[in-house]
Design a binder for this molecule. Structure first.
Ligand code: FPP
Ligand code: MG
Length: 386
């Protein structure tokens, strides 16, 4: 893959797109799996390999469960979200509150409060999360959930987190409106923070979500363009929310643009890794484990990382990708090719590289248990199975 094939758009700067080049280059140029460092035998590369690259930093990561460190800040997260939805009429409120049942991973709010604490400590040695920073955690979870409610309508999905989707229970039109309402309530909460830069940073997320989802509707004929398109979509659809929420709390923590950039880069890299693993799980987990249908991406016509890597070994996949797996038997054959290829391993390895980059970025902050927990979270992202 040529460097110039990477898009500058979608990543904020040329240094961003250069990072994507440098992360992918060794994998795509030296394509065979034997050239990958330590070929993994299991589904997931052992994440200690990520740790190896940053042994000093990671040996400081004492928090086996990073979720514990931020949990006190998130104790009433769902109650607070429900307060934001209070003005809705009864049926609308029921639909809007449906996913705020405490059963989600709440990864985004956790990242936000840990980043807030890490930046506060870095700047003035005070770890307490400010009320406005806490609001960013609430808003991030609301924007995320609104996008999922809409996504299930677009994907025609009937199950999420082990239960029926909003569209399945109440209908598609109602689900669109419920997503709209959650988003509008999140916007009101954002305006209440009263910081124009923060408002602009989080508004960018909404634009990126829509553009990412729109990119997903299209495909590229050229193989190099296809991977760039996939990474740009991945950034916009998933990583932008994490990157910009992390940046927002760093802005509230301190005026130093270098810190804002560290927070953004950490969020961007862990966010891309998160989505790459999501795409892997679509091929390696069953529906019961995921709480949503498995192999959903192929059925939706989507060629994600595992397929794009598999295509280098099995060019037969090209035609199927172009027709979005629409001919009878395409989904089954593509699935088989992926299983026989190194696509899952290579996608996982790519996710590890993004996590290593996230660790490199966050390690620029002053040492703190919160910084260690953010490092530890990269491992959680890589080893999750749902
Ligand atoms: C899940 O993708 C979907 C997203 C991460 C973003 C969806 C964004 C939109 C629908 C644009 C509208 C945005 C707002 C803010 C209302 P997936 O289908 O790969 O994951 P899944 O398997 O969990 O469904
Ligand atoms: Mg979906």
């Amino acid at each position: 893959m040529a460097d110039e094939s990477f898009p500058a758009s979608g990543f904020r700067s040329t240094s961003d797109s250069r990072l994507h080049c440098s992360l992918l280059k060794p994998m795509l140029l030296r394509n065979s799996v034997s050239t990958l460092l330590c070929r993994p035998q299991s589904r997931l590369l052992h994440s200690s390999r990520v740790v190896c690259c940053h042994s000093k930093t990671n040996s400081e990561a004492k928090y086996k469960d990073p979720f514990k460190l931020g949990s006190s800040d998130l104790k009433n997260l769902y109650e607070d979200i429900k307060k934001e939805l209070f003005m809705a009429t009864q049926e609308l409120r029921e639909m809007c509150e449906y996913y705020f049942d405490g059963k989600g991973k709440a990864l985004r709010p956790m990242l936000v409060v840990l980043m807030a604490r890490a930046c506060n400590i870095h700047y003035n040695n005070c770890r307490e999360v400010q009320p406005q920073q806490r609001s960013i955690a609430v808003i991030a979870e609301m924007i995320h959930t609104a996008s999922l409610v809409h996504d299930d309508v677009i994907d025609g999905s009937d199950a999420r987190r082990g239960k029926k989707t909003v569209n399945q229970i109440w209908g598609e039109r109602q689900a669109v409106l419920a997503g709209d309402y959650i988003l509008s309530a999140a916007s009101v909460a954002l305006a209440r923070i009263g910081n124009a830069t923060v408002i602009s940073v989080l508004s960018q997320v909404i634009e990126d979500l829509v553009r990412g989802e729109f990119l997903q509707l299209g495909s590229k004929e050229n193989e190099n363009e296809r991977f760039a398109h996939y990474l740009e979509k991945t950034f916009k659809k998933t990583a932008s929310l994490i990157a910009n929420s992390c940046k927002a709390v760093s802005i509230l923590a301190c005026p130093d643009p270098k810190v804002h950039e560290i927070a953004y880069q950490y969020g961007k890299n862990i966010g891309i890794a998160f989505q790459l693993i999501d795409d892997v799980l679509d091929f390696t987990s069953c529906a019961d484990q995921l709480g949503k249908p498995a192999a959903a991406d192929l059925k939706l016509g989507l060629a994600t990382g595992p397929v794009l890597f598999a295509c280098q070994q099995f060019p037969e996949l090209n035609a199927m990708i172009m027709r979005r797996f629409s001919s009878p038997g395409d989904v089954e054959r593509a699935w088989q090719y992926v299983q026989e290829s190194n696509g899952v391993h290579q996608t996982t390895y790519l996710a590890q590289r993004y996590c290593s980059e996230a660790i490199r970025e966050i390690s620029k902050l002053q040492p703190s248990p919160e910084r260690d927990a953010l490092i530890q979270l990269t491992e959680t992202v890589l080893t999750r199975d749902k």
